[in-house]
Design a protein around this ligand. Structure first.
Ligand SMILES: C[S@@+](CC[C@H](N)C(=O)[O-])C[C@H]1O[C@@H](n2cnc3c(N)ncnc32)[C@H](O)[C@@H]1O
Length: 277
């Protein structure tokens, strides 16, 4: 089975938490047989897990690759040679993949549907400006199955404010889809009837649950959140915990599970209290 450490060194952007959410959600959809699509495949860091966990389902990869003059906001720098090399290195069957080298604004929903049929996992990670994200949400609205998922990279990220604005100002998208999880750097959406289903799927993963930072009450229930931003008020211990979970997620899970480590932390806290009295 593909592990996060296998793809960690690939050029691109994917956190352990989002890798794990992709693994659990995509694997849970395999019985349905519908396709998987990513806009902005870059070198394949997130596309390879999507391909790996989706059994033999069809895949659609969109990236302008060599036409970086079209990548107007400079989000990443796709490279077809690197992408194809990584697909080969990770054993992705090329016959499953339709590669579309156009700007996503030039791709129509009917072209996607006729190439791969309806989509059950639609990952938006291409252009990060208003018109690109709005276009990509509209493609999702027209191609995603009733039980399908839309994942949107960089939602809430201050460096890319248009992403958040495009998502929350899109009346059609907001009417049809509900957020069922906030990952490390992606938001995950499905239609209201499936929110609880997908939340159950991801909460069943005990390793992922070790990275749950909070749940937040929304009309559909408790929204799981797997991200937190460091604050100037944090103690050194909190910063170390945060850094360990960021850079060494496997170690972080192990430490959280270790009763010896928990006792050691409790001892340090008691010592600190005793010293400060
Ligand atoms: C942030 S990167 C994607 C990261 C990637 N998903 C990963 O796993 O690391 C964005 C990619 O989208 C491509 N791109 C940017 N704007 C685009 C657009 N409007 N249509 C299609 N591709 C676009 C870029 O070439 C780049 O490879």
């Amino acid at each position: 089975m593909l592990m996060f450490k296998d793809i960690r060194k690939l050029s691109g952007w994917l956190a352990w938490q989002d890798f794990s959410i992709i693994r659990t959600v995509v694997s849970a959809q395999n019985g349905e047989g519908a396709a998987v699509l990513e806009i902005g495949v870059h070198h394949g860091k997130s596309f390879i897990p999507l391909a790996h966990f989706s059994a033999d389902r069809k895949l659609y990869a969109i990236d302008v690759f060599g036409r970086q003059d079209l990548n107007v906001d400079g989000s990443g720098h796709g490279d077809k040679t690197a992408f194809l090399g990584n697909l080969h290195a990770f054993g992705v069957d090329a016959s499953r993949v339709t590669i579309d080298e156009r700007l996503s604004n030039d791709v129509s929903a009917s072209e996607i549907l006729s190439a791969i049929g309806p989509v059950s996992f639609f990952h938006i990670d291409g252009g990060h400006h208003m018109s690109a994200v709005t276009n990509d949400l509209e493609l999702a609205l027209r191609t995603v199955t009733p039980s399908g998922v839309v994942a949107i990279d960089d939602t809430y990220r201050p460096e890319w404010p248009d992403v958040t604005q495009a998502v929350f100002s899109n009346v059609d998208f907001q009417r049809e889809f509900r957020q069922f999880a906030i990952g490390f750097n992606k938001s995950y959406w499905c239609r209201p009837d499936f929110v609880q289903h997908y939340q159950k799927v991801i909460r069943a993963d005990s390793n992922l649950d070790a990275f749950l930072r909070k749940t937040y009450a929304v009309p559909e229930g408790e929204l799981p959140i797997y991200q937190e931003y460091p604050l100037p008020e944090w103690s050194i211990a909190s910063v170390l915990r945060w850094y360990t979970s960021l850079r060494f997620p496997g170690l972080s899970v192990m430490l959280q599970r270790s009763s010896a480590f928990r006792s050691f932390v409790a001892l340090l806290r008691r010592l600190k209290r005793a010293i400060s009295r």
